[in-house]
Write a protein that binds this ligand. Structure first.
Ligand code: PMP
Length: 301
């Protein structure tokens, strides 16, 4: 028996017992929303921002979350505490809940809230030292007027398709363009380029999720005196950049050292990327909601 507790539909259940109905529209149709959140040293990083995005995603698809934000915050913190976690990854899922086989959500009367918290070590150091190889893919980012990238929905097929292409091409991550050929983002991360000490990231209206790490990096870059611009750019601009890096909850800030076979910065992670990663790791420990009065390793809960 595992000792992991999962919040499922109003109560904590053991991982083995955490199952949902095959009639749940999250399963049948990808009808629901989610968030991926990190806990650093017992602090839930940017919890308010993640909750705002979760509730906005739900509002957009007319999905009622049966808790207010304060209650949801409590549930998330309690899940971390219940599992006695210090450094963790949290997945919050709100699905439309069980209905019938038709896709009409009218018949789904009980949205399901799920919170999973797991141990997550930082990614291997080597990955940050080596950097990632990026490849552009033929699958375009879905258009904001079709399914807005701002809705972090359970329908992640657009992103899964690009990940499959990246896997086929033997690269670490995909570079997704929009239908006009402008750079948008990776399969689950935002992209930044550095040119002549100015940092650029695509505006989200081109078709990128407004990443919470992205916004934190924009703030940090400005704070540390870099010129930061949200400007459309193309693959060419990425190929000739001084540095390229990706940001996301899971990956934090990671260098890209090759794009479509073009070496970036001679194939090495750059100084600006390393600087921002260092500064990012400093703020993550302080900018969050504390789960414990003191460290869980020093105080029993
Ligand atoms: N883009 C997509 C498509 C994502 O799924 C994610 C991960 N949530 C990101 C960007 C990065 O967003 P965040 O920094 O909020 O994790």
């Amino acid at each position: 028996m595992s000792s992991q507790w999962i919040f499922l539909g109003g109560e904590f259940v053991k991982k083995e017992d955490a199952v949902v109905s095959v009639y749940d529209h999250g399963f049948l149709y990808g009808d629901g929303v989610f968030e991926g959140i990190r806990v650093y040293s017992g602090n839930v990083f940017k919890l308010e921002e993640h909750l705002n995005r979760l509730y906005e995603s739900a509002q957009s698809i007319m999905l009622h979350i049966p808790y207010d934000k304060e209650e949801m915050e409590r549930i998330i913190v309690d899940t971390v505490r219940k599992n006695k976690l210090d450094t963790a990854y949290i997945r919050v899922v709100v699905s439309r809940g069980p209905g019938n086989l038709g896709l009409d959500p009218t018949f789904c009367s009980q949205p399901k809230v799920i919170v999973i918290a797991e141990t997550l070590a930082l990614f291997p150091k080597e990955l940050y030292q080596r950097g990632l190889r990026l490849g552009s893919v033929s699958t375009r980012r879905n258009r904001p007027d079709v399914l807005s990238p701002q809705v972090k929905s359970l329908n992640y097929l657009n992103n899964i398709l690009v990940k499959l292409e990246a896997n086929q091409a033997g690269v670490d991550e995909a570079l997704m363009l929009n239908d006009q050929g402008y750079v948008t983002e990776g399969s689950a991360d935002n992209i930044f380029i550095v040119k002549n000490n100015t940092i650029y990231t695509p505006p989200v209206y081109l078709g990128a999720l407004e990443g919470i790490t992205r916004n934190a990096i924009i703030d940090l870059a400005k704070k540390h005196g870099y010129t930061m611009k949200e400007t459309p750019f193309t693959r060419h601009d990425v190929y000739v950049a001084d540095e390229v890096f990706l940001t996301g909850t899971a990956v934090e800030v990671i260098a890209v050292v090759e794009v479509d076979g073009r070496k970036i910065n001679g194939g090495n992670p750059g100084k600006v990327t390393s600087h921002l990663l260092t500064e990012f790791r400093k703020v993550v420990r302080t900018d969050g909601v504390a789960c414990y009065e003191s460290s869980p390793t020093t105080k029993a809960i």
